[in-house]
Design a protein around this ligand. Structure first.
Ligand SMILES: [Mn+2]
Length: 333
């Protein structure tokens, strides 16, 4: 089956198609600490390029999360922080800025920039942003369609992983009819949503459960009942045997409480430095909160790094987050 594009950005897609078809060697890359959208989009795109007879290498500065390693193509991703060779084109997915790749040596190449993050700096020779895309996977779907490459189960699986993870299992407001249109076609092309969800989410360890338990026990809810905070310290890691990276998704747990509108998770990166992640519902814009601390992200998912002792870091972040919740409530009343 050859899918047809669902986007209206026909001109830039045509340009991307021409630039790809006219070139032979490609490097595909994405941001540091690649998530499901980065990994799934990259392997699908690489598979489509290979189907056209192109030579493709995927390079990321960090390895994929272990839960993603079982998917086709993922084990073949190279981990490197510098590339020396030249390619006919570098395709960066999910990178608001080229430095976000954490890979040096890319600049001299012809760069195609495909991203759905606000604030993209247009660093490519060709730039396609679609903030309306729920995942880069939706955009890569359109690229593959425009290339006329029939979707294989491998490509469909990668793109489904991208969309499943980047929508928080179909929880975020970025979801549109297009999301489901794309997913429908991915299932038709052989993506198995049950097997994919099990592989992505059922990868627990005892240490992770103990660490999750400690982090959730730290939950504090403000007096209004609308903001929850979570804390994860290096001590908790040591005591439980869980790892810092094991807490992905934990931040979403308090958000399942009807009254809670936003969650802030404070992770102790090193003594006196906290990585703060935010999640929110609907109109509550946590990218605005993160920006006030030189961070960034999406309306419903963002992050920043704040230095200081925990009580003061917590107090600053909580007051800004409560302001964002108030703004959203005022706007809706
Ligand atoms: Mn994404």
């Amino acid at each position: 089956m050859t899918p047809t594009a669902t986007t209206t950005d026909a001109d830039v897609l045509r340009r991307i198609r021409e630039e790809i078809l006219g070139r032979r060697t490609f490097l595909v890359t994405s941001h540091a600490k690649p998530d499901g959208d980065s990994i799934g989009s990259q392997v699908a795109l690489a598979a489509a390029l290979r189907a056209l007879g192109k030579t493709v290498r995927i390079v990321n500065c960090d390895p994929p999360q272990p839960a993603l390693l079982s998917f086709p193509g993922v084990a073949g991703i190279d981990v490197a922080s510098r590339v020396e060779e030249r390619y006919d084109a570098v395709i960066a997915v999910e990178c608001p800025d080229l430095s976000r790749t954490g890979v040096s040596g890319l600049d001299p190449n012809f760069i195609i920039n495909i991203d759905h993050h606000p604030g993209n700096t247009s660093y490519g020779a060709v730039n396609w942003f679609d903030q309306g895309a729920a995942a880069c996977g939706e955009m890569v779907f359109d690229v593959i369609a425009s290339l006329g490459v029939p979707l294989t189960p491998e490509m469909a699986t990668g793109l489904y992983v991208a969309i499943l993870t980047d929508t928080g299992s179909f929880h975020y407001s970025s979801i549109s009819p297009r999301t489901f249109d794309v997913c429908r076609r991915l299932l038709e092309a052989g993506a198995n949503p049950v097997a994919i969800a099990r592989a992505v989410f059922d990868d627990n360890s005892v240490g992770r459960i103990r660490l999750s338990s400690a982090v959730l026990s730290s939950m504090d809810v403000d007096a209004s009942g609308r903001l929850a905070t979570l804390l994860m310290t290096r001590d908790m890691e040591r005591e439980t045997g869980g790892r810092y990276d094991d807490t992905e998704g934990l931040i979403n747990v308090p958000l399942t409480v009807r009254e809670i509108q936003a969650v802030a998770l404070f992770k102790e990166a090193e003594p006196g430095v906290y990585r703060v992640s935010f999640r929110s519902k609907g109109a509550v814009d946590v990218s605005e909160v993160a920006k006030q601390f030189d961070g960034g992200g999406h309306k419903n998912a963002s992050g920043c790094t704040v230095s200081g002792d925990l009580p003061s870091v917590r107090q600053q972040v909580v007051s800004r987050a409560l302001e964002a919740i108030d703004r959203a409530l005022q706007a809706s009343s």
